[in-house]
Design a protein around this ligand. Structure first.
Ligand code: ZN
Length: 394
């Protein structure tokens, strides 16, 4: 989701504003201004709107801080980050690979909520230095706002919204950070990524239903600490539950896809008789003799029927056209010892895992050094589309 307005670049990451952001920004500013006017009748419209605008801007800056925290830790773990998009309900960091280890996933996920909680705690701490909290303010936050000046009001609001954001993101459901934290712990404990995903999706679903039922109960007068009571609080809780439930559904579907692929031998989705080339031909001959006139993106390089490497469109692009007739395929290919391969006894889920983990379009199927064929990402997608006409895979 790259649509939106490019507003800047930080640590090599482009930051985009989604258009929906403008709407929510106006809505937050307007509702805060209304709230401040009611809370502080002496302020006048200029001050109320000014504080509301500053609060809304700083809130979005803290959402950006949350996403940057995820991104910086991902980068430190060697996972590239494409861009950050700030949209309706917060932000999304486009982290381009699944983390390779439970610890990496844990660190990338947990740092976001920790950042929000820390921003929140610092704001509340500074606010309490400016104006000592009245007795009972911890139980009933509205008391803290009564009689507070503009700066204290700003800090109190910013502090509590960031703490809510941090806590909300810790709920154990995908795609919230808490869901990823939970999965990383289960993954670390069991060593099985897929069953950890399945469990985390299930627990997310359970949490979602719990929130929906609690929300309905609150609508009918039950009181819940922190969220209070009444129709609006109840609907809000139920809405969050519904959002979590649809998110959990999506990750459950991913698991369904993986389960479907697990039952399929890799060799069934493999293309046999793919065009191969010897390592000693020139890149120019590859382009004219093989590449033009096919839609192949990759060619296995063989000696006899032994696989020695793979040459792809990207490898060829790195060679300047002037050098095509002096460069050998052997010089630009990825040699077999650095290739990700699949063995004939592997299943299609393993093949897809490797395609995704290495971020490549195809993997060779190899048995004792002999090339059997090629599995391409689009062949797996094609097969899934045939199996699930109602749209599990797109
Ligand atoms: Zn996050």
């Amino acid at each position: 989701m790259k649509n939106g307005l490019l507003i800047g670049r930080l640590f090599g990451i482009n930051i985009y504003l989604d258009w929906s952001w403008l709407l929510i920004f106006l809505l937050v500013t307007w509702s805060l201004a209304t709230e401040f006017t009611q809370m502080h009748p002496t302020w006048g419209p200029g001050l109320s709107w000014g504080v509301a605008l500053a609060a809304a801007l700083l809130f979005f800056a803290s959402v950006l801080g949350h996403e940057l925290a995820h991104s910086r830790v991902a980068q430190a773990q060697g996972i590239p980050v494409g861009h950050i998009t700030l949209f309706l309900f917060g932000g999304v960091a486009n982290i381009q690979q699944e983390p390779r280890t439970p610890l990496a996933e844990f660190l990338v996920a947990i740092v976001g909520p920790i950042t929000s909680l820390m921003i929140g705690a610092i704001c509340l701490l500074i606010a309490s230095l400016f104006a000592p909290m009245p007795a009972g303010a911890m139980v009933n936050p509205v008391l803290a706002f009564a009689g507070a000046g503009p700066l204290t009001t700003l800090l109190l609001w910013l502090g509590s919204i960031n703490i809510s954001l941090g806590l909300f993101n810790l709920l154990p459901g995908f795609p919230l950070d808490g869901g990823r934290v939970l999965r990383s712990i289960l993954w670390g404990a069991t060593g099985n990524f897929r069953s950890a995903t399945r469990w985390a999706a299930g627990i997310g679903q359970g949490t979602a239903w719990l929130l929906i039922f609690t929300g309905i109960a609150v609508c009918f007068g039950v009181e819940v600490p922190f969220f209070g009571s009444g129709l609006i609080s109840g609907l809000w809780l139920a809405f969050i539950g519904w959002f979590l439930s649809s998110a959990a559904n999506q990750s459950a579907q991913q698991v369904v896809v993986q389960d479907m692929l697990e039952g399929v031998p890799a060799t069934r989705l493999m293309r046999e008789n793919v065009p191969t080339l010897p390592a000693w031909i020139k890149v120019g001959d590859l382009v004219h003799g093989y590449l033009l006139g096919t839609d192949e993106q990759a060619f296995p390089v063989v000696e006899g029927d032994r696989l020695v490497g793979l040459v792809t469109l990207e490898d060829i692009r790195k060679v300047a056209p002037e050098a095509w007739d002096t460069t050998l395929v052997a010089e630009v290919m990825t040699p077999v010892d650095r290739l990700t391969i699949v063995q004939p006894q592997d299943n299609a889920a393993t093949a897809l895992d490797r395609l995704v983990a290495q971020d490549v379009r195809q993997v060779p199927v190899v048995s004792n050094g002999h090339l059997l064929g090629l599995i391409r990402r689009r062949d797996i997608m094609h097969w899934l589309q045939l199996q699930a006409p109602n749209g599990v895979a797109r």
